[in-house]
Design a protein around this ligand. Structure first.
Ligand code: LMR
Length: 395
């Protein structure tokens, strides 16, 4: 039987991680996978997480199962962080998921169950696991223009044009709530409003992937677009991740939120979400979810977590500004100014695959082949090295 298996396409971010590990050079620089690193190159456990873990160790009396949709307190706490007061609780169905990836996968299954004919529209480009998961679940996909290679900003007219021309009522539009991955280029709030009007007019359903809340302009600022969409659209799906903003990558802590048009639909939506959990993995992991709940519900832990997250955010902004400055000096132009304008962990540099390979060969700098670089993989010492490599590669 197993001899019938076909080789599966490689995930390019995972392949890059392996190539980086295998490189023996000591001065290599990892700008690949989206993991935050501090100036010492470490991905620390956040202070509030450590404190919550200690409290949990003392207080926890059982490892028995939680609910199939996870602990309701986790759902309430994380949906509150993402949605604020933008949606009535009665319209909200929630299910804890193993990470943001789990939430995206479960959203795809929910769409398949509700409307197998739906096409899911993706930004060009998007996180490579989006199309991979949708293909695996068996949903049709379409693409809308998103990144303008000339300005390194959003091609908003192209985006609207493509959605208008291609999407049919009942289709789903996958959107990045903030900190677009892989480009770092984001819509403005007036553009989000325009997009909402279009989705309403065409009868489209937004699926928002929000994996970097707090990494862009701040916790509330980064959730503003998601809240705007959720409060205006009849139905919205939201996949949230705590991997980055709580730094608990390996704990697999995510949440799928499904907002129904009317409160009397919510029980059925919830029952479907719960059933999908049972079919896919039964009970979701709880350790990370519990830590997140403890932090969000405790004033002191929450304040400390917010303060550390803000340090992380400002650190990345500082690195963006430093890199843009170094490149301005080397290129004698402002054409890399977009790096300081982008938000989140990533920026798409706009380099060719050959230029990306040259930076890797000559300097041991690893970025994804489409020239996505993880800003958090840099520090004040490595920024000039990267700037020099970019200049030498002729980007
Ligand atoms: C990334 O885009 O690098 C992260 O979201 C990690 C991953 O799973 O790909």
């Amino acid at each position: 039987m197993l001899t019938n298996l076909q080789a599966q396409p490689e995930d390019k971010i995972m392949a890059l991680m392996a190539a980086y590990r295998a490189d023996p050079r000591e001065n290599k620089i990892d700008l690949g996978v989206g993991v935050y690193k501090n100036a010492a190159g470490q991905t620390p456990v956040m202070r509030a997480i450590k404190a919550a873990e200690q409290q949990l160790w003392e207080a926890e009396t059982t490892k028995s199962y939680t609910g199939l949709a996870g602990d309701p307190a986790y759902g309430r706490a994380l949906s509150g962080l993402v949605l604020g007061k933008s949606v009535e609780a009665e319209r909200l169905a929630l299910a804890a998921q193993p990470g943001g990836t789990g939430a995206i996968h479960q959203a795809a299954e929910l769409i398949k169950a509700a409307n197998p004919e739906a096409t899911v529209w993706l930004s060009a480009p998007t996180w490579p696991n989006h199309p991979a998961i949708l293909r695996h679940v068996g949903l049709a996909m379409g693409e809308y223009r998103y990144f303008d290679n000339a300005t390194r900003g959003v091609d908003f007219d192209g985006m609207i044009e493509d959605i208008k021309a291609g999407a049919k009522p009942g289709d789903v539009v996958l959107l990045h709530g903030c900190c677009h991955n892989p480009t770092g280029a984001n819509l403005t709030l007036p553009q989000w409003s325009e997009l909402i009007a279009l989705m309403q007019a065409l009868g489209l359903i937004p699926l928002i992937d929000i994996a970097y809340q707090g990494f862009g302009d701040g916790l509330d600022e980064d959730a503003a677009a998601t809240r705007l969409v959720a409060s205006a659209m009849p139905e919205t799906l939201i996949a949230a991740s705590c991997s980055k903003n709580f730094g608990i990558y390996r704990e697999r802590t995510g949440l799928l939120m499904a907002i129904s048009e009317k409160a009397d639909q919510t029980a059925l939506t919830q029952q479907n979400l719960t059933s999908l959990n049972r079919l896919n993995f039964s009970f979701p992991p709880d350790h990370g979810a519990r830590l997140v709940t403890m932090i969000l519900e405790d004033d002191a832990l929450r304040a400390d977590w917010m303060a550390e997250l803000e340090e992380v955010r400002l650190g990345m902004l500082g690195l963006r500004e430093q890199l843009a400055r170094e490149l301005r000096e080397r290129s004698g132009s402002d054409r890399f100014g977009f790096i300081a304008e982008h938000r989140g962990m990533f920026s798409r540099l706009g380099a060719t695959p050959e230029q990306v390979a040259k930076m890797r060969d000559d300097h041991g700098i690893y970025m994804v082949g489409d020239s996505r670089l993880n800003i958090a993989g840099l520090n004040q010492t490595t920024v000039p090295i990267l700037a020099q490599a970019i200049a030498e590669a002729g980007v």
